[in-house]
Write a protein that binds this ligand. Structure first.
Ligand code: SF4
Length: 365
């Protein structure tokens, strides 16, 4: 398949890997922020094929994993107390553990919690159930937020009275800034997410170069893309540079998608929000603007504060901050597995623990 096969071929991937080995002379820590990159890196054994000098660290780039236990808990409590409400959410969210339960467990106990495949499905659900309130639990990074914003605009155009959104979106650059400011981990360069950057544009990472002297490369998701991105970063670091570069030029631009940015700006405004295991990060979330308050579930209903405590023994917070590798968690593989996840990082396909569990120490490059 054109545009995919050429980035999966072993020959070019091996060629770029050889170049990384040739140019790398000193230890560097590179963080891949996006869960899809973590998946590619794990699936193709890239982590173990790199020279010892290049250490890859997985960051907080799985949208499901970073949804706080407090948010899951308060939604569960809300669904128990409001009998005429349908909670609509994406499939991955169903098994994400709160402190003592998950949406799936609550659904099995009779809670009206339904899976939607797109925000527009939730709109259809509201039209079909005029006697019920439909609350869409909207998670995701800058890739998902424009679609949710467009859905809210459509709900207004249609005059829907029984549809609202609980906006739990997260923004990527503020999380990167928080990691750099924390001083808990040394990151020398970032592999930035391709999909998110399609929306926000590579220029959004300029602060990394200007304020932290850190280079960043926006890379695609095929094995050659990831390796090429790592090569570009290692080359910059070896040459003492800190530029923001785009490897994924077939999709990503410096400015991003202006239309998507406009609709996000029309409906949402930035706010502080809580990230799982990390805590509150200023300006890293999106709340619905006053003009659309009638579609804001936080305005329409009362959500009691949820207990923000991780499941016993779960080290997802440290995994999401890149402080430990998944197999350093005492619950990894026993009892925590994708079939029986204890923490969110084992739930989603994009979760770091799930990627480590699934692919182990594969060497396929
Ligand atoms: S192995 Fe399971 S319990 Fe441990 S950090 Fe990962 S998801 Fe959390």
């Amino acid at each position: 398949m054109k545009y995919i096969d050429e980035f999966r071929k072993k020959g070019p991937a091996k060629g770029i890997l050889k170049k990384i080995h040739e140019i790398s002379t000193r230890p560097v820590n590179i963080m891949e922020i996006c869960g899809t990159h973590t998946h590619t890196i794990s699936r193709y054994g890239i982590r173990y094929a790199l020279p010892e000098t290049v250490r890859l660290i997985s960051g907080p780039g799985c949208p499901v994993c970073v949804t706080s236990a407090g948010d899951i808990n308060r939604i569960i409590e809300f669904s128990k107390s409001e009998k005429d409400v349908i909670i609509a959410t994406f499939g991955d969210m169903m098994t994400v553990p709160g402190t003592d339960s998950s949406f799936q467990e609550e659904k099995a106990r009779g809670g009206d919690i339904r899976v939607v495949y797109s925000p527009l499905n939730a709109l259809g659900m509201a039209s079909e159930n005029p006697g019920k309130e439909v609350v869409l639990v909207a998670v995701g990074f800058e890739t998902t937020a424009p679609t949710v914003a467009a859905t809210i605009v459509k709900a207004e155009e249609e005059g829907l009275e029984n549809f609202s959104v609980l906006a739990l979106h997260k923004l990527t650059p503020p999380a990167m800034r928080a990691l750099m400011d924390s001083g808990e981990i040394e990151v020398n360069g970032f592999i930035c997410p391709g999909h998110v950057t399609t929306i926000i544009g590579a220029g959004s990472y300029s602060f990394l170069a200007e304020e932290y002297n850190s280079p960043a490369v926006v890379a695609g998701f095929e094995p050659f893309d990831a390796l090429h991105g790592i090569y570009m970063l290692v080359k910059q670091l070896e040459e003492g540079k800190s530029d923001i570069e785009i490897q994924y030029k077939r999709v990503v631009t410096w400015e991003g998608n202006r239309l998507a940015q406009r609709i996000m700006g029309e409906v949402f405004e930035e706010c502080a929000t809580s990230w799982r295991g990390i805590g509150e990060i200023p300006m890293s979330g999106l709340r619905i603007k006053k003009d659309f308050a009638r579609f804001d579930a936080e305005e329409r209903f009362e959500f009691k504060e949820g207990l923000d405590r991780e499941p016993e023994g779960c080290a997802c917070g440290s995994v999401l901050k890149g402080l430990i590798k998944p197999d350093e968690c005492s619950l990894f593989a026993d009892p925590c597995t994708p079939e029986s996840p204890v923490g969110p990082c084992m739930v989603s396909n994009e979760g770091t623990c799930a990627a480590y569990y699934k692919y182990g120490r594969l060497h396929t490059i």
